[in-house]
Design a binder for this molecule. Structure first.
Ligand SMILES: [Zn+2]
Length: 397
């Protein structure tokens, strides 16, 4: 019988009764050597009701995965009745020691769950639940009184048709709220939470074709809806540039070489011009010179973008009118269709002159959420996934 040796220092109130090594596992048997105190009220000196054995994981010792087999007592507390005793290094019902829990939390800050799970040999849901507990503790509640401008966006939750909506402070980039769904009623809880501070909201950036604008107008009487450049340009890429490029490639059926250049030009056309290297820029120029409709829709993309950055609403409106006139004269069908669909939203485009919300916020958020989703693939725990997102966007002071 071993008691009070060096090892006992690690488990307050317990002594090591026995330990043995079984291949890569170290098992340590612990027995309590102090009077039990009630786990609820802390009262000492109660009689023992019963004793059961619990198997618990601790941090690994050297190269061994370490398991503790401990005797857990239940006491007849005079105040609370039958209660499990208080163990300072083990949370109630927990299968891992506080020490291992802290270490797991630290790893989860930098690694995906699956890596932490492999590294520690803990079950994946155990790791997830530990990380979730940390996030519930750490993710800070926003200060609604300071918020003036919002950005809203939707993203796909899983493959299939389930969506979620994310709402952030446009200035600090703190994610304020996330909820499942993308209908008006799904985002209502956010505005109810915002309460009286809805009055302070002066601008909200969002994608077109959502039902968000109606809900915003209902709750925030002073808010101007601003349509986000990033989404409009992405749509332009899909509905105009891609369409014209495919049509052009079909026209060039006989000329294999020219056809190939057009077919492969997608990336060059959709990319920001400032992000192209020298040789890519030359390729782009050749592509545009040989294909007039492509050159037109490419230039019209830039002209459309410029509307967002006009210093005044008046100038933006003039630019818009000129753009629209050019579209009609172009004779390019996909471009005309796009412009016609865009027209009802023009107010929200011109509003960007008054409220130049940084659209890269939404683009950046969109990309980061995709990364978190990849790390979170298969969690099927939306609460956890949403906490992960809020944790990744704590906001700049
Ligand atoms: Zn008690």
């Amino acid at each position: 019988m071993l008691t009070d040796n060096f090892l006992s220092n690690f488990w307050q109130g317990f002594a090591v009764e026995d330990f043995y090594i079984d291949r890569d596992k170290l098992r340590i048997k612990l027995i309590p050597h102090k009077t039990a105190c009630c786990g609820r009220c802390g009262l000492m000196g109660n009689s023992i009701h019963d004793i059961s054995e619990r198997k618990v994981r601790d941090l690994s010792c050297f190269e061994y995965k370490t398991y503790l087999i401990i005797q857990v007592r239940r006491v007849n507390c005079l105040v609370c009745g039958v209660r499990t005793e208080h163990i300072p290094w083990l949370a109630p019902y927990s299968r891992v020691t506080k020490r291992l829990k802290n270490y797991t939390e630290a790893l989860c800050r930098i690694l995906p769950i699956s890596h932490v799970s492999n590294l520690l040999g803990l079950h994946w849901t155990t790791v997830k639940d530990i990380d979730k507990g940390r996030l519930i503790r750490e993710v800070t509640e926003p200060d609604y009184s300071r918020i003036k401008q919002l950005v809203m966006d939707e993203f796909a939750l899983h493959k299939g048709h389930r969506y979620a909506t994310v709402i952030a402070d446009a200035n600090t980039q703190q994610v304020l709220w996330i909820g499942e769904g993308r209908a008006r009623k799904n985002i209502r809880p956010f505005f109810e939470e915002l309460g009286e501070y809805c009055q302070n909201i002066e601008a909200v950036a969002m994608d077109m074709n959502t039902s968000f604008d109606l809900e915003v107008k209902e709750h925030c009487p002073h808010a101007e809806v601003v349509y986000d450049l990033f989404h409009v340009i992405a749509k332009y890429g899909r509905e105009v540039i891609d369409r014209v490029r495919v049509d052009r490639a079909n026209e060039l059926k006989e000329d294999k070489k020219a056809r190939k250049v057009v077919k492969q030009g997608r990336w060059l056309l959709l990319k920001n011009k400032s992000n192209l290297r020298g040789s890519q820029e030359i390729k782009l120029q050749e592509l545009l010179q040989a294909n007039k409709p492509l050159a037109v829709v490419y230039m019209m993309k830039q002209a459309l973008k410029d509307i967002w950055f006009c210093p005044t609403v008046k100038e933006a409106f003039n630019n818009w009118r000129y753009w629209f006139k050019q579209v009609k004269e172009s004779g390019i069908k996909p471009l005309e269709n796009f412009a016609r669909k865009l027209r009802p939203y023009v107010r929200g485009i011109l509003a960007s002159s008054k409220f130049p919300l940084n659209t890269s916020v939404l683009e950046g958020m969109n990309n980061k959420i995709k990364v978190i989703k990849r790390m979170a693939y298969g969690y099927r725990d939306s609460t956890y996934f949403f906490l992960k997102i809020r944790d990744a966007f704590p906001g700049k002071p």
